[in-house]
Structure formats: structure tokens, C-alpha cells
Design a protein around this ligand. Structure first.
Ligand SMILES: Nc1nc2c(c(=O)[nH]1)N[C@H]1C(S)=C(S)[C@@H](COP(=O)(O)OP(=O)(O)OC[C@H]3O[C@@H](n4cnc5c(=O)[nH]c(N)nc54)[C@H](O)[C@@H]3O)O[C@H]1N2
Ligand SMILES: Nc1nc2c(c(=O)[nH]1)N[C@H]1C(S)=C(S)[C@@H](COP(=O)(O)OP(=O)(O)OC[C@H]3O[C@@H](n4cnc5c(=O)[nH]c(N)nc54)[C@H](O)[C@@H]3O)O[C@H]1N2
Ligand SMILES: [Mo]
Length: 819
């Protein structure tokens, strides 16, 4: 570990001068200077580009500039003056590059030309675009079945690129379209589609101006959606209540100084959360259940507590739901939530006093074993008081990547509904495959056992973002071919198949020039606003292609008999949008509507109290409380992962492992007394590491930290500052990562936090959300051991190797001996 690491609690509000300082530093480090400043002025403007950071919507009609510190970092890192050109690859073998850490790889700058792996020299070497496409086409067409190919997508891909990509994949003959959503908000999609008929949030930014209360579960907007702090600040200033539920005290939920407000900069900023509750990790199902119970019970005294009209006209399942709630025991709710009855009553009182409530959530809710149940319970809470389809109210799952929601709308989904496939087939005169494809976990399993032979990634960093790093690396190495369309060098290029290609593409900030002139693309934000994005910087290299052009040229090379005019479609993206209008619901007259400044809002039926579920009603779902994480040995021994949905919908099913509550403490075992959540620091964008500081949490110069409570330090005989190994315990074995510094933090006993992706090696592939299969990367059962004290045979060798890979160092050894 570096000597200059420093832990120093942060006393200031989020934002403020430090945000300005850090933005400036990001621009300077990337040597973008004036270009960076003018680029920033076009961020999220009606005639500019969509920020490649998060999916939070823009207020472009209201402000002259729309950027945040972490948006600046994302833009600066894309507009960087640095280049990962052929000289870099000539100077280092792949084995040597693999020894560098992720921050170093990112810092090499933009990729400049297509590269192919040369096994004889262990170098990436330049290849012409046509030869690259021919190589991929030969591999794809040589497969025994199209289902041996896997096509991953990360969430930055534009609507136009995503639409063409899924069309190519389906014309090729498979639905193997896993995406980053599978690791992100998949649980929100599964839960809400079943419950209200749409997996998307129903609120818009205007609702934030009307809400009386905003409840925020498991989300850290100060770091991950900083522009949301502006909405929270306005809401707090006009007297709305903000109620946060988070095991950690997150500065961005407590206090914010808007860098654009002199008063904020000079004063202490604005207090955001009126109430801050710290449940235990995974305690939110119990929290939501308790709040529902309190609303239902309060209705006996005050008949306005439950919105009877709304429930009669628009909902089903209320009576059975209310009955289960009444039977729920307070001792169980308190123990499982980690909050006292008094605290839960305080939160319920805010909810009962509010005429319109928005409920937000993020990865602290979705990345758990019972995330689908938890999200349905949160939506039950909204339904009880008619808080859906009313101004100022509704569910707000806060999406991550800037176009992750749009990619799904465009058909990036391994289980697209038949209605979509029917229209796609009609529009392009082919028969789309109907069998469901692989999600992310299934894709990993398929590559590992030989059913997946070609891995193609449209963006992202699969090798680092996925769980169970050692297993995933083995899986990728077993592929015949791996291909990455990327802007930057990353781990996934270095953990490759027999053949491997890197295809460099344009970023959002760059001019996309096609035969028909400069092109704009479109994106959909977290609140279903669709708008244009046009880059204004010259491309990082003359050799870059746009993502749509890459897909079109690959399709033309691979599918000689396709009736789709691939190359003509990308001459002018209006032609792609006309086809999107034909196929995708809600996009009629796309080209005209998207040119209205600010774009258009996709209709969300729930806003009009229409619920296109199986029954045509919004559904109350009862969910049994279960023993909290850490999971008991028995639960971790399921092998095949969580129980089936049917068990969970019928709490009385006698053989469900979740059928009853265990007495306090029984879920804990000696071998894994803690639950670890893996979160983002302030200086990263997912697997992209910008720097080693996590300012708001007081961490400087290091990422290898583990946050722990004072109680646990004392109870387990550790000292703050001490270095430990972290070992996760699962039925298929143990996995370890090494040398993490313990940082005392305000977090409940039994709960720990560390950063992803350094800790991904700890997440067992079989540990995921019921039904949604989102890796449970926020509830890892672990133990800590003092450095040097763990017996050498305690961990599986491959896990140790993967840890070293993430640190940089052991790669060549693993290559020679793929454990
Ligand atoms: N700058 C920046 N912006 C980003 C990203 C980035 O990496 N950097 N990533 C983007 C992406 S893809 C996404 S999905 C979003 C992610 O944005 P977030 O959803 O904010 O993601 P995390 O950092 O994982 O933080 C989750 C929060 O949940 C809390 N938490 C963990 N477990 C629990 C729990 O059991 N209960 C409760 N109530 N809280 C819990 C953690 O303490 C943490 O505050 O951000 C997007 N925006
Ligand atoms: N343990 C743990 N694991 C997690 C999470 C967690 O909280 N904990 N979070 C999960 C979540 S929410 C998500 S969304 C996933 C993220 O998983 P991914 O989306 O796969 O990963 P990213 O780190 O966002 O991808 C970064 C890479 O994208 C490429 N890139 C950037 N911009 C562009 C572009 O415009 N076009 C193209 N083609 N490429 C581009 C760059 O090469 C960069 O290296 O990780 C998941 N993994
Ligand atoms: Mo995400």
C-alpha cells in the first residue's frame, strides 16, 4: 500500500469549493484545458451532448450549464489528450500490461486503432478494419450454433447503436444479449413489471418540485448522481421532507453546498435529509414491511391513511396483503431491519403526513438476495396511499449508465417480449429467434463450460464488473474469440480468448461524421426523457468508427444474405430512427419529436393509473420476512442459488428455506460473522478508477479499505488502521482478497463496506437475487483475518490469483497454470 494514504473524516457539506477544485484538477490531469471547458459548456444542453456519466435527467431548459464534478471527470476522461496508441502495445506484452492496475490502464488514454492479439509475440498489433470484421465474421459463421456467441452491452451505447446491435444479433440467430442491467437494476425491472406493468420509474423532474416527501433507499447521490442533489436541495428548501435509509452515513445525503450558489459556498450549505435511518445491510425488506404495517394499522384510527378509492379502482390483492401485515411480529421487524419500532414509527409518520411521496432507490436495494421482494414491498407502500399516478409521487429507481434504460427499450434484453420480436421480424423481413438467451450469469457459466465460444462486448468491462473474478477470467480465457468495442484500455482486453480484438470507437463528446454529414444519436434518461446528443470535439483518432458503423460493417461482413441495408442505414441515422419508430412502442414520429429541444417523454401508463399487468391492476405482493444476512450455512448451501419465485409468493409453502424466522443471531455463523457491501468511491466510474480518493468518506490515497463499526473493532479485537484479509464463505468454497486497511466508520455492527471492483473476487457466482439474478454484491457473507494469520489452505488458489490480478502482478503465473 502507498505510504501517502490518509484517513481524515470530512467535515464539510457535499459539493462546495472542493467539488470545483476537484473538477478543475480532473481537467488539468487529462491535459484538456480550453477544449475541456468548452466541452463542458455543451454538456446536457439541448444542442450539446448527453453527459456520459449517470442517467439522472437534465434540467436543460432552466440553467446555462449542467454539469457536476463527477460529470466533469467522465467528460475529461473521454476528452483526454492522452492516447493508448500502437506504440504502447508495441512496448509491452499483454502479460506485462496485465500486471498494471486498473487506474494505470485507464490513464493510458484513448484507444486509436483496431488491434488484434498476436499469440506468437504476446502483443496486440494493428489490424485494418475490414480484416478485423472478416476475422470476426469467420469465427461467428464457423460456430456450430449461433447460440455459442454472446453479445454483451454496457449502458452507454446510444439508442441507434443498440437498436442496430440487437437487430444484428437476432438476425445472426440468438437472443444471447446479456447487459450491465443484469448486474444493476434488473431486480427493479422484474419487480415492477409484475406489479405495475412497467419496469421503469414513473416520476419526472417536475414531480420533485411537488413532492411533500422523498424517501431514499440504498443510494449515494452525492457521488453517483450529483445532479440529484440540486433537486433534493430545492425540495428541502421549500420544506419537503427527505428521509434516507442507508447503513452508512453518506455526506451527500446529509448536506449539500451548490457550487453555483454563492450563499451555499459561503455558508454551510443546505441540510438535505430531515431523517436519517441506518438499517442493517439487507434490512430494507423489514423496513418497508414495517412501514406498510404501520400505514394499514393506522387506517383503523384515521380512515384516510389508506387510499381506499385508489385501491378499489386500481389494485388487487389488498385484503390478503393487509392480513399478512397484521400478523407480522414487531420483534422480527426490529431485529431484521436493525431499526427500533420508534424509529420506524417516525418514518411512517412522515409518510402519513405527506400528500405526495417519491420513493427512490439504487444499488443498496437491488444487489441483494431478496431485492425483488424488497422492491415490491416498497411499491406496496406507494400503492397503499395512492402514491402512483399522482403529481409529486411515484417510484424512482435511479438508473446508472447514461443510456442503460434506453438500451433496454431498444431491445437489449435476453428475454424480449414476443410483441417486440414480432414487429422486429416484420420490419426487417426475418424470423427472430424466440428461445430466451443468456443473462450475465448464464453467459459466464456458458463460457466456462464451453457452450459459449465467442464473447463480443459493446462497451463495458466484463472481466472486472462481474462477480467471482477468478471464475470469470477462466471463462473468458476459454473462449475461442473475445472482441471489445471500447474507448479505453481495460482489464477485459487483457483477459482474453484464443483470438482477441479491440475495436476503438467514438465517444459521446466527439463529432460523428457519416456519408450524410455529422450525426446525432439519442438517449433515454432515468425518467424516460428521450433526447438528442451530438458531439463537438474532433475524434481522438482518425481511425475511430462510431458504434452504429461498427455494428453495420460487422453485420454486412457476417450476414451476406441479410435483407437489411446495413451500410445505407448508417449513412444517415435518421434512417435508423425511422426503423425504430416502426418497431419500438412509443417512438412514432421519432425524428420530428426528438428534434424539439429537450426531446420528449415516453408515455408511462402508471402516470395515468393504467397498469398493464396480467390482471390490468396494480398488485399488492405480500412477502415473508426471512432471516437477514449473513445467510445461515443452510441457505448458503442451496447450490443452485435462491428458491423459486413460487415459494416466495406463497409464504406458507412449508418447505421454503425461508418459511420461518430464526431466533436472533442464528443466521450468523462463526465462519462469516459479517455482511460486506461493495460500493463505489467518489473517484471512480464503475470499473474506471479516476483516482484514489473518496473525499466524502475521508479516504485519501488508497482504495484498499474496509469500513467497520467501532463496536465491531472492539468486539473482534481489531484496531482501526490494522490491515486484514477478507474471506467470503459460500457452499462452493472460500474466496479471499488481501491487505485491506480497517477504517472506523458510522456503520451498524455486523456490517462492512469496501469498494468494487477490488472485492468482486469475493462474490460467489451462485449468490444472486431471486428471479432477477442480480449478483448479490451488497450482501457477501465474510470474515476478517489479521494479515498473515489465515491458514494457507483456507482459500482457493484461483481466488487468490484473481485478487492478485486485480492488484496487478500474478497474471503471467495464472496464464501458465490456469488452476
Ligand atoms: N461518479 C459515478 N457515478 C455513477 C457510477 C459510478 O461508479 N461513479 N455508477 C453508475 C451506475 S452504473 C450506477 S448503477 C449508479 C449506482 O449508484 P448507487 O446506487 O448510489 O451505487 P453504490 O455506490 O453501489 O451505492 C449504493 C448505496 O447503497 C448503500 N447500501 C448498501 N447496502 C444497503 C442496504 O442493504 N440497504 C440500504 N438501505 N442501503 C444500502 C450504500 O451504503 C451506498 O450508499 O451510479 C451511476 N453513476
Ligand atoms: N461488486 C460489485 N460489482 C458490480 C457493481 C457493484 O456495485 N458491486 N455494480 C454493477 C453495476 S450497477 C454495473 S452497471 C456494472 C458495470 O459494468 P460495465 O458497464 O461492464 O462496466 P464499466 O466500468 O461501466 O465499463 C467501462 C468501460 O467502458 C468503455 N467505454 C466507456 N465509454 C464508452 C463508449 O462510449 N462506448 C464504448 N463502446 N465503450 C465505452 C471503456 O473502455 C471503459 O473501460 O458493474 C456491476 N458490478
Ligand atoms: Mo449500474
Amino acid at each position: 500500500m502507498a505510504d501517502d494514504d490518509k484517513i481524515e473524516p470530512y467535515a464539510k457539506p457535499a459539493g462546495g469549493w472542493d467539488a470545483l477544485k476537484s473538477s478543475w484538477q480532473a481537467l488539468r490531469e487529462q491535459h484538456v484545458g480550453l477544449k475541456g471547458a468548452t466541452t463542458l459548456l455543451r454538456t446536457n444542453q439541448p444542442r450539446g451532448f448527453d453527459c456520459p456519466g449517470c442517467a439522472w435527467p437534465d434540467r436543460n431548459a432552466h440553467s446555462t450549464f449542467e454539469f457536476c464534478e463527477n460529470g466533469v471527470k467522465a467528460v475529461a476522461n473521454e476528452a483526454t489528450a492522452k492516447r493508448a496508441s500502437r506504440e504502447l502495445f508495441a512496448a509491452h506484452t499483454v502479460s506485462v500490461l496485465a500486471g498494471f492496475d486498473d487506474q494505470f490502464l485507464e490513464a493510458q488514454g484513448r484507444l486509436t486503432e483496431p488491434m488484434i492479439y498476436d499469440p506468437a509475440s504476446d502483443h496486440y498489433v494493428p489490424i485494418a478494419w475490414d480484416a478485423a470484421f472478416a476475422t470476426i465474421a469467420t469465427a461467428l459463421n464457423g460456430l456450430a450454433s449461433p447460440d455459442e456467441a454472446i453479445f454483451y452491452t454496457s449502458g452507454r451505447t446510444s439508442n441507434e447503436a443498440a437498436f442496430l446491435y440487437q437487430l444484428f444479433v437476432r438476425e445472426f440467430g440468438t437472443n444471447n444479449l446479456p447487459d450491465c442491467s443484469n448486474m444493476c437494476h434488473e431486480a427493479s425491472g422484474v419487480a415492477m413489471t409484475e406489479q405495475i406493468g412497467s419496469g421503469k420509474g414513473s416520476v419526472t423532474l417536475d414531480d420533485f418540485e411537488l413532492a411533500d416527501a422523498i424517501f431514499i433507499f440504498g443510494q449515494n447521490p452525492g457521488t453517483n448522481h450529483p445532479r440529484m442533489l440540486g433537486e433534493l436541495r430545492s425540495a428541502a428548501k421549500r420544506g419537503a421532507r427527505i428521509v434516507s435509509f442507508n447503513p452508512l452515513r453518506e455526506r451527500g445525503l446529509e448536506r449539500f453546498a451548490d457550487p453555483k450558489s454563492p450563499a451555499d459556498l459561503l455558508g454551510g450549505g443546505v441540510r438535505l435529509s430531515s431523517h436519517y435511518f441506518q438499517p442493517r445491510i439487507g434490512g430494507d425488506l423489514a423496513v418497508a414491511t414495517a412501514l406498510c404495517k404501520l400505514v394499514v394499522e393506522h387506517d383503523a384510527v384515521d380512515h384516510a391513511a389508506v387510499d381506499g378509492d385508489f385501491i378499489r379502482n386500481h389494485c388487487s390483492g389488498y385484503e390478503a396483503f393487509a392480513t399478512t401485515l397484521r400478523a407480522t411480529d414487531w420483534a422480527d421487524l426490529e431485529r431484521e431491519s436493525g431499526l427500533s419500532r420508534t424509529q420506524l414509527e417516525q418514518a411512517a409518520q412522515v409518510y402519513l403526513d405527506s400528500g405526495a411521496t417519491i420513493l427512490c432507490w439504487g444499488m443498496g436495494i437491488t444487489q441483494h438476495h431478496r431485492s425483488v421482494a424488497t422492491i415490491q414491498m416498497l411499491n406496496n407502500l406507494l400503492l397503499l396511499r395512492g402514491n402512483i399516478g399522482r403529481p409529486g409521487a411515484g417510484p424512482c429507481p435511479v438508473r446508472g449508465h447514461s443510456n442503460v434504460q434506453g438500451d433496454r427499450t431498444m431491445g437489449i434484453f435476453e428475454r424480449m417480449p414476443d410483441a417486440f420480436l414480432d414487429k422486429l421480424g416484420r420490419a426487417f423481413a426475418f424470423a427472430p429467434p424466440r428461445a430466451h438467451g443468456f443473462d450475465t450469469i448464464a453467459a459466464i457459466e456458458a463460457m466456462h463450460d464451453g457452450r459459449g465460444q465467442v464473447f463480443f462486448a459493446m462497451g463495458g468491462n466484463f472481466a472486472a464488473a462481474t462477480p467471482d473474478s477468478a471464475h470469470v477470467h477462466e471463462a473468458l480465457r476459454r473462449c475461442a474469440l473475445t472482441v471489445h468495442v471500447s474507448t479505453k484500455l481495460n482489464r477485459s482486453h487483457l483477459v482474453h480468448g484464443g483470438q482477441a480484438l479491440i475495436l476503438p470507437c467514438l465517444g459521446r463528446t466527439e463529432i460523428d461524421l457519416q456519408a450524410g454529414g455529422p450525426q446525432a444519436v439519442t438517449v433515454e434518461d432515468s425518467m424516460s426523457m428521450v433526447h438528442l446528443s451530438s458531439g463537438m470535439n474532433p475524434p481522438a483518432s482518425t481511425q475511430l468508427l462510431s458504434e452504429p458503423a461498427i455494428v453495420a460493417r460487422l453485420a454486412a461482413a457476417t450476414l451476406p444474405h441479410s435483407r437489411t441495408p446495413w451500410l445505407a442505414l448508417v449513412e444517415d441515422y435518421d434512417r435508423i430512427r425511422d426503423k425504430i419508430a416502426e418497431v419500438v412502442e412509443g417512438f412514432a414520429d421519432f425524428n420530428a419529436r426528438v428534434r424539439v429541444p429537450g426531446g420528449f417523454h415516453l408515455r408511462h401508463p402508471a402516470r395515468e393509473r393504467e397498469f398493464p399487468t396480467a390482471s390490468g391492476k396494480a398488485v399488492f405482493f405480500p412477502h415473508q420476512l426471512v432471516p437477514n444476512e449473513p445467510l445461515s450455512r443452510r441457505e448458503r448451501g442451496w447450490g443452485e442459488g435462491p428458491p423459486q419465485a413460487s415459494n416466495l409468493h406463497h409464504p406458507s409453502t412449508p418447505h421454503s428455506p425461508f418459511g420461518h424466522l430464526l431466533p436472533p443471531g442464528e443466521g450468523k455463523t462463526d465462519d462469516a460473522p459479517f455482511t460486506l457491501m461493495t460500493v463505489r468511491s467518489h473517484d471512480q466510474y464503475n470499473t474506471t478508477i479516476y483516482g484514489l480518493d473518496d473525499r466524502y468518506r475521508g479516504v485519501h490515497g488508497t482504495r484498499r479499505v474496509c469500513f467497520i463499526s467501532a463496536t465491531d473493532l472492539a468486539r473482534h479485537g481489531f484496531a482501526a488502521g490494522e490491515h486484514v484479509d477478507i474471506t467470503s464463505v459460500w457452499s462452493d468454497g472460500e474466496r479471499s482478497v488481501h491487505d485491506f486497511r480497517l477504517v472506523e466508520y458510522d456503520i451498524p455492527p455486523g456490517c462492512l463496506a469496501s469498494y468494487f471492483p477490488e472485492t468482486n473476487a469475493l462474490v460467489p457466482l451462485g449468490s444472486y437475487a431471486e428471479r432477477a439474478r442480480t449478483p448479490a454484491s451488497k450482501s457477501i457473507p465474510v470474515r476478517l483475518s489479521r494479515r498473515g494469520s489465515s491458514p494457507p489452505n483456507a482459500t482457493r488458489d484461483v481466488a487468490t490469483a484473481a485478487d492478485a490480478i486485480l492488484d496487478g502482478g500474478l497474471e503471467p503465473a495464472l496464464r501458465d497454470d490456469p488452476a
